[in-house]
Write a protein that binds this ligand. Structure first.
Ligand SMILES: [Zn+2]
Length: 82
């Protein structure tokens, strides 16, 4: 079984989430990305890889564009009901 997770839509459909972490050592801001929002802005077929998304993002705290993305599955995060 191979699932491609290289689009925003694929991440939503497979219950994944993306978090962004600022690499500025004085900031280290950490935020969950709103994939539904990104899908509505960029389209569900937009790439979800670092090179696709990072140019669209900047740290909301320090405005840095030096950002890391962390992919995880919701099911492993212990999420309850929304
Ligand atoms: Zn920052």
């Amino acid at each position: 079984m191979s699932i491609s997770l290289n689009t925003i839509g694929a991440l939503i459909d497979t219950d994944h989430m993306l978090r962004a972490c600022c690499n500025n050592p004085k900031c280290r801001h950490y935020a969950k990305l709103d994939l539904e929002y990104l899908a509505s802005k960029l389209g569900r077929d937009h790439g979800s890889m670092h090179k696709d998304l990072v140019p669209k993002l900047k740290c909301s705290k320090c405005k840095s564009r030096n950002i890391s993305l962390i992919l995880s599955a919701k099911s492993t995060e212990g999420f309850g009901h929304v």
